[in-house]
Structures are given as structure tokens and as C-alpha cells.
Write a protein that binds this ligand. Structure first.
Ligand code: BGP
Length: 489
């Protein structure tokens, strides 16, 4: 659909940015926080920095919130560290952990910024891992429920927007990368048991939020990567649908419809997979009615019919040198391919703003639930320039096009209530430390030198601030020409 007018955003639209505790806070050994599995995982990612310092948000939170206010933020999406709040098996709540998050929440609210909190963003406490065997044992359901209840009881008077588990789909699809497969002997089969346990944890969080937080709303955070068929060959279309199911739809359908879809059940049957669904499980999931979907959407992928004569697992680009990414070929399922019509980042992520509009349209058509964007962003190599500034034109272009496509999706009739790109300050990438930066604010630290951790506004900060303060009108460019370009593409 082409529109005569530029898109407009609802007047109370949430404009903000996003982060996660282990990637931004640092201070991993301070004030009673106990180790998390992700600390150990990030220590093995050398030559990249681990998370012991990160962006040191723990000590800079006031300055960071002041910068968010200056930028005009009306929301900030961040996660809580389970092991900072409950450091040991005795389940005693760490007063210093409570104090830190209370201070942060109060600081945000005083600045007119609505907190949106993720309960779990990859940072399982080591004590939970030891006691429950990570996500492998159902005893984690009880621990997770307890942790969520602590969060709702302590922060729910002020925090009304909650997110359950960050990118559960990606944790299952990329089990090795994110450390979830630790201790599994047959990941291909075990991951479905783990996934089911995660679904039960998600359900517990949703139920407890509605029980304990007055006016509280909660949703899941799928990592959404839409799959376009490589050609109009019918086999490519089915392969793209297979990829869609096996990387996203299995999760989204479960969250919304609260039952496993028929594709999932047939897939399990075909591969002799027993996800260990026990009496009462589906009844619990049935009670977990979500209020919205939080969408992380950075890129699209291309699906095509696989070559059934060989198997190739995905090979993520770990160096930041273009072309290193290895596209998977999964016999009987799908293969992925490079999209020649769009550019890629240095880590081979397709830069495709249209995928934002596509994803929002797709999810709205399938699920009819309001959505908030909780991640999207441009990861690049950066350092302070000689003029002491960071001219991040590529990030501005990326954010402008993605935000504009949210506007187009709203014009298309989709209900979207916020945009929180990744990330506010620079912070650690999941696997590439400080070498891959996403922030609107540069943090003066590198992988091999902690430097002075000072904050420096990038050009994207200034550009985004104008967009926010005009509620999506000042795009910082001649939008008439730009809109024509969009229409004619
Ligand atoms: C998302 C994660 C974030 C973040 C982001 C960028 O999937 O939720 O934690 O890291 O991706 O990814 P990366 O850091 O690997 O570039």
C-alpha cells in the first residue's frame, strides 16, 4: 500500500532503547552478585572482553538515565540480573541488588521514562545451573517462579510492562552459542525438552505477573527473523515456511494459542522426539494469556529448498569480517542463503528495513496482539574520531529506515506501541565483546583496555533525539524525496 501522507505515531508511543543486565552492568563481583553461567561463557570468547566491566552501567546508571532524558526517551527496556537479586540457593534476597534496581527504576520514573523489564536475558545464576542442571531439569520451574514473584512483588508497584524470556527461540536454535546446550548429550532431541521447560517457566511468569502486578502487562520476546523464499519455485516457498516454523512460528504459536501447533507435533513424531509433556503442563500453559508481543527484529533471511545429499550446520560470523557467515543446509527442512538485494553488516546480518514492516504485518495478521519493538540495531566497528566524535551515519540510516517502516506498518493498521532499538550505550555483544558496537552513546572502553568508560553522544543520539521529540515527524532528511524513493522501490 502507498500512502499520501507520511506515517504518524500514536501520541503516547514509547520511544527508547534497550539493554540486558549482563551486557551493560559490569560489577559482576560487587555487592553480593553471584556468578552467572553467561559470565563463564563470555570469558571463553577471547579476544573479546568478558562482562566483568561491560559498560559499567552499575556505576554510571545516573549519568546514563540523565542522557536518556536529554535524548527525550519515554521508555527504557532492560533486564534484571537473577544472580544479583537472589545470589544463592537459600533464596535470600540480596538487599544491594534490590537497592540497585529500585534506584534505577526510580531514576527512570523521575525522568519521565517508563521501565520495560525483561525477567530473563541469558544470565542463569550458576547456583541454579548446579542445582537444576540448567534448563534440563524441571526443578528450575519452581526457582524461576520464585524469582519472578520476587521481581513482581518488589518492583510491580512501579513497573507495569514485563517481558518473560528473551529470545527463547534463538536460545534453542543457537543452543551452543548462547550456552543453553551445556550438559546435553543429544542436543537435537534434548532441546525440545528444554524448550518445553522454558515454556512452563514463561507460563509461570505470565500467571504470576497478572496475579501480583496491579495493571501489569506481560509478553514474550521472540527474536523475529522473517524468511523470504529465494525464488517463486514452489519448493523454495515450502522450505521458507519450514524455516519460519523451525525458527519462529513454533514459539509464537505456543505463546499466543497456548498449544503446540500441528507442524510441531508432526515434526516430533517424525524424529522420535519426546518433549516430556506431563499431565497438568498444558493446563498451566493454557492459563498464561499474554498481553502483547515484544519483537526483536534486526534482519531477514532467505530460505530455499535444501540439497538433501549433505548437511551443513549454521556457522555464525565471529570475527566481523564480511563473508564469514556459513549458511545452513538442513536436509528435509530448508537451506538459508544470502539475499543479493540488500547490504549486510560486517557480521553478515542482512540490513533490510522492509523486514520490520513485513514482520509487524505478519505477526499482526497471525496473532492480532499489540506489539512493542524491543530490539533492532546496527552493529559496527567504531572508535572515537580525532575530533572526539562518532559519525555513525550507517546507524542513522539503519534506524531511520527501520523506524520509518514501523510507521508504515502502523499505517497498514498494525498496533505498535513502542520502539526500543538496541542499544542505548555501547555494551557487550553476545559473542563479540566491544568490537561490535550498537549504542547511540559511545562508551570509552575496548576489549583489551577498560579505558575511562566515559560516555560520548554519537551523531545517532542527536538524530534520534529529534525524531523522538517530534514524535516521529523530524526524520532529519528531506522526507518528500525520501518517501518517493520508498514508494518507488
Ligand atoms: C539479540 C540479543 C541481544 C543482543 C543482540 C545483538 O538477539 O537479545 O542480547 O546481543 O541480539 O546481537 P549480537 O550482540 O550478537 O550482535
Amino acid at each position: 500500500m502507498k500512502y499520501k501522507e507520511l506515517p504518524t505515531f500514536p501520541k503516547d508511543f514509547f520511544w527508547g532503547a534497550s539493554s540486558a543486565a549482563w551486557q551493560v552492568e559490569g560489577a559482576t563481583k560487587e555487592d553480593g552478585r553471584s556468578p552467572a553461567i553467561i559470565d563463564l561463557n563470555s570469558q571463553t570468547k577471547k579476544p573479546y572482553a568478558d562482562n566483568s566491566v561491560a559498560a559499567d552501567h552499575y556505576h554510571h546508571y545516573k549519568e546514563d538515565v540523565a542522557l536518556m532524558k536529554e535524548c527525550g526517551f519515554t521508555s527504557y527496556r532492560f533486564s534484571l540480573s537473577w544472580s544479583r537479586l537472589i545470589p544463592a540457593e537459600d533464596r535470600k534476597i540480596n538487599p544491594k541488588g534490590l537497592e540497585f534496581y529500585n534506584n534505577l527504576i526510580n531514576e527512570l520514573i523521575a525522568a519521565g521514562i517508563t521501565p520495560i523489564i525483561t525477567l530473563y536475558h541469558y544470565d542463569m545464576p550458576c547456583w541454579v545451573d548446579e542445582k537444576c542442571g540448567g534448563w534440563r531439569n524441571r526443578s528450575i520451574i519452581e526457582e524461576f517462579d520464585y524469582y519472578c514473584r520476587v521481581c513482581f512483588e518488589n518492583f510491580g508497584d512501579r513497573v507495569k510492562y514485563w517481558l518473560s524470556i528473551n529470545e527463547q527461540n534463538m536460545q534453542i536454535v543457537y543452543g551452543d552459542w548462547l550456552g543453553v546446550s551445556k550438559g546435553c548429550t543429544d542436543w537435537f532431541k534434548d532441546k525440545w525438552k528444554i524448550n518445553h521447560i522454558m515454556n512452563l517457566c514463561h507460563a509461570k511468569a505470565v500467571i504470576a505477573c497478572h496475579e501480583l502486578v496491579e495493571g501489569g502487562k506481560i509478553g514474550p520476546v521472540p527474536g523475529y527473523v522473517p524468511i523470504y523464499p529465494e525464488t517463486c519455485k514452489p519448493e523454495d516457498q515450502i522450505a521458507a515456511m519450514n524455516a519460519e516454523e523451525l525458527t519462529q512460528k513454533i514459539w509464537d504459536d505456543l505463546y499466543v494459542f497456548r498449544e503446540y501447533n500441528s507442524f510441531t507435533k508432526n515434526y516430533w513424531k517424525e524424529h522420535d522426539i519426546d518433549p516430556d509433556i506431563r499431565p497438568g503442563d498444558m493446563e498451566l500453559i493454557e492459563q498464561a494469556k499474554i498481553d502483547f508481543i515484544a519483537v526483536n527484529c534486526y534482519r531477514s533471511d532467505v530460505g530455499k529448498a535444501p540439497d538433501n545429499s549433505y548437511k551443513q550446520e549454521i556457522g555464525l560470523n565471529k570475527t566481523g569480517k564480511k563473508g564469514e557467515f556459513v549458511y545452513p543446509n538442513l536436509p528435509g527442512e530448508y537451506a538459508l542463503a544470502r539475499n543479493p538485494f540488500v547490504e549486510v553488516t560486517d557480521w553478515d546480518w542482512h540490513i533490510d528495513a522492509t523486514c520490520m514492516r513485513y514482520s509487524l504485518r505478519y505477526l499482526w495478521d497471525h496473532y492480532h496482539l499489540p506489539m512493542v519493538i524491543t530490539e533492532a540495531g546496527f552493529g559496527g566497528h567504531e572508535d572515537l574520531g580525532e575530533d572526539g566524535k562518532i559519525h555513525d551515519e550507517e546507524r542513522i540510516n539503519y534506524l531511520r529506515e527501520y523506524a520509518f517502516n514501523i510507521g508504515l506498518a502502523i499505517q497498514d493498521g498494525v498496533e505498535v506501541f513502542g520502539f526500543n532499538p538496541w542499544s542505548f550505550t555501547d555494551l557487550l555483544s553476545t559473542g563479540n565483546g566491544m568490537a561490535k558496537r550498537y549504542g547511540l552513546v559511545f562508551v570509552n572502553t575496548t576489549d583489551d583496555d577498560a579505558r575511562d568508560l566515559t560516555r560520548h553522544k554519537k551523531d545517532s543520539f542527536t538524530w534520534y533525539s529529534k525524531l523522538i521529540k517530534s514524535n516521529g515527524k523530524d526524520w532529519g532528511t528531506d522526507m518528500t524525496a525520501w518517501q518517493d524513493f520508498q514508494k518507488n522501490k
